[in-house]
Design a protein around this ligand. Structure first.
Ligand SMILES: [Zn+2]
Length: 456
């Protein structure tokens, strides 16, 4: 049972989110991300954690400086020239000015884009909540909100491999149209695997994609693309602090401090939830902590998960005695398009709890969800969507560590529209309390016993 008086109040947790958000764009290695590292370090010191430290993580830094897209072709009755608003794909190639014919990408005849600028349509993936619930080991939705609703996910079917079909077909450049994207945005920070792509590429809005299709229907269209950007290796930091507990086995509690934009949900909210855990556990007595606790705010989620991977590589000995890794990401409002903007529906975005297939752990997660009334929750096996959970902590699962990774996946996760109004404030305290309950449930369990209990 959490000590009610020691749980940080909602206003305090939300205040941390506001502070982090207000620093600006927090991409890996940007000034706001460096600020976030120091902010997390200072909070860990304030809470009196032990072994507070920065662990270096090298990763590829990418910064777009200037970009433009101009197209021309036959409009209705006259030649038309348009400058389209766009945003470069992270880590795509720069170009001082590439001019070529714009050709729609057709999966049935990909060779048509060879040597051209491929116009590639990317609709976000939509999944019925009932289908997602079908992948869950259990779910908690007492209002039956999942019955006929659909979630818009932040990825297309291609996930991170959005440029690959056009690249494989020999395209000279990529123009991605975000078809049916709610609120018609183009600020889509994908891919974020930090892999350099050999051709330049930009995102445009779905409505501009539709204008291009009209021009293409009237005759050939040409385009000129310029992208000025910097890509270099930089050193960032994982921020780590510890608290001793009942034994020297370990529970890790983590999230990431970097982001695609100023990003309130992704993951100022994760930083704040880990700080809430660190503050809470620093205030309970040593004996009340079931194991040694390691708090981790890692870098480089938006650089292909570089920070979490670096931590795993550097801490193999601790991982062998890690009872549980809890990752906390994204306390988000569900939003829909209304009058061209985004409006919260009043519901939290569906909550995913990736949980290792350990029966007493699954039962503890389920109980915590019900006790804290965290509606719209799905307890998912780590492999629900593939070999690895779609979380920043997913690599801990691949490393054989028992996990509970909390995550919501609103479609605006990689978009500049991830602003403070997207935070589902009523979730902040209940998610904090649920995480405390889940960590408490590991008392008396060893890392070896947890691993032995994984259902095959
Ligand atoms: Zn995140």
């Amino acid at each position: 049972m959490p000590h009610d008086d020691l749980i940080p109040p909602e206003q305090r947790i939300y205040g941390w989110i506001q502070q982090v958000f207000s620093q600006g764009v927090r991409r890996p290695g940007y000034p706001a991300d460096r600020w976030a590292e120091q902010f997390c370090l200072e909070r860990f010191h304030d809470f009196g954690l032990e072994n507070v430290r920065l662990e270096p993580v090298e990763l590829p830094y990418w910064e777009p400086r200037r970009w433009s897209l101009t197209v021309w072709g036959n409009g209705p009755g006259a030649v038309q020239m348009l400058d389209l608003a766009c945003f470069p794909l992270p880590h795509s190639a720069p170009t001082p000015g590439l001019e070529a014919r714009l050709v729609p990408f057709d999966a049935q005849a990909p060779e048509r884009v060879k040597g051209s600028i491929a116009l590639y349509e990317l609709p976000l993936f939509r999944s019925r909540h009932a289908m997602l619930a079908g992948l869950a080991t259990s779910w908690y939705d007492p209002d039956a909100t999942f019955a006929d609703s659909t979630q818009v996910l932040p990825f297309g079917r291609e996930m991170q491999a959005v440029m690959e079909p056009a690249m494989a077909a020999g395209a000279a450049a990529f123009v991605g149209a975000l078809t049916d994207y709610p609120s018609d945005s183009r600020d889509y920070y994908v891919p974020y695997d930090a892999v350099a792509r050999p051709i330049p590429g930009v995102w445009i809005s779905g409505s501009d994609g539709a204008r291009l299709r009209q021009m293409l229907a009237a005759g050939p269209v040409h385009a000129r693309l310029t992208v000025e950007s910097v890509r270099e290796t930089v050193s960032t930091h994982n921020v780590v602090g510890e608290l001793p507990g009942g034994d020297d086995e370990v529970v890790i509690i983590g999230s990431h401090h970097d982001a695609p934009w100023s990003s309130a949900v992704e993951d100022a909210s994760g930083i704040a939830m880990v700080l809430a855990q660190a503050e809470y556990w620093s205030r309970v007595s040593h004996q009340d902590r079931p194991h040694r606790l390691i708090f981790l705010l890692n870098s480089g989620h938006m650089a292909g998960g570089a920070g979490a991977r670096a931590f795993i590589e550097a801490h193999q000995t601790e991982l062998a005695r890690t009872v549980l890794e809890v990752h906390l990401e994204h306390t988000a409002n569900e939003c829909v398009e209304e009058d061209g903007g985004l409006k919260p529906t009043g519901h939290p975005e569906a909550r995913w709890w990736f949980t290792s297939r350990i029966p007493h752990l699954e039962a503890a997660v389920r109980a915590a969800i019900e006790e804290e009334d965290l509606r719209r929750s799905l307890v998912l096996p780590p492999t629900a969507f593939g070999p690895r959970p779609t979380t920043d902590g997913g690599d801990f699962h691949l490393a054989g560590v028992p996990i509970v990774n909390f995550l919501t996946a609103p479609f605006y996760l990689f978009d500049s529209q991830d602003t403070l109004d997207k935070i589902h404030r009523p979730s902040l305290v209940p998610v904090t309390r649920a995480a405390v309950r889940i960590i408490e449930s590991t008392a008396g369990h060893t890392a070896a016993a947890m691993r032995a209990a994984v259902a095959s």
